[in-house]
Design a binder for this molecule. Structure first.
Ligand code: GDP
Ligand code: MG
Length: 166
């Protein structure tokens, strides 16, 4: 099995951290500042039974529509046209207008896994379930996987879900 897996989401949700975690290398720049990833960064992971090409996309810019942002969005949309799966990353406990705008831009005919990142920051874990239930109505997700890209919690589980889509 082999295929392309895109990592998308608004700035700062942890896309680059996730890519680095999935391939076990610090290939993509992680920063508190939004928009540190200007172009697509690819990372390849080779397991015994599967090979993944992960594409870390610059955050879709939905708030400011200047020329650079438009160009970046076009690049992301093109890149998503022929991937095998999309990892749509959001932050646990937060689903705002920017997240919603990114979700609306995802191709309807590609499987999307909802990745709920930063669960290590959740102080009240009982809030996670209603949050996930509500998000499940936004789209027919292939899977919904809460993770922490920072400490690696559930990232192996995420990989298993992605593997099913290759
Ligand atoms: P990107 O803009 O989506 O690529 O986000 P980055 O990977 O650059 O991460 C943005 C910020 O969130 C950085 O300060 C990361 O250290 C932090 N971050 C990413 N993943 C996690 C996580 O699982 N838990 C916590 N607590 N912080 C995270
Ligand atoms: Mg990034």
């Amino acid at each position: 099995k082999a295929g392309y897996v895109a990592i998308v989401g608004r700035p700062n949700v942890g896309k680059s951290t996730l890519l680095n975690r999935l391939i076990g290398q610090k290939i993509s720049i992680v920063s508190r500042k939004a928009q540190t990833t200007r172009h697509q960064i690819m990372g390849i992971r080779t397991d015994a039974d599967a090979q993944y090409v992960f594409v870390d996309t610059p955050g879709f810019q939905t708030r400011h529509t200047n020329a650079l942002n438009r160009t970046m969005n076009r690049g992301v949309t093109q890149a998503l046209g022929d991937v095998d799966a999309v990892l749509f990353v959001i932050e646990a406990g937060r689903f705002d207008a920017a997240d919603k705008a990114v979700l609306a831009l995802l191709p309807a005919d590609r499987p999307v896994i909802l990745v709920v990142n930063k669960i290590d920051r959740l102080t009240d874990k009982s809030r996670l379930l209603p949050f996930l239930a509500e998000l499940g109505t936004q789209r027919d997700f292939a899977a919904i996987v809460p993770i922490s890209a920072a400490n690696g919690a559930q990232t192996e589980g995420l990989l298993l879900e992605a593997r099913k889509l290759l």
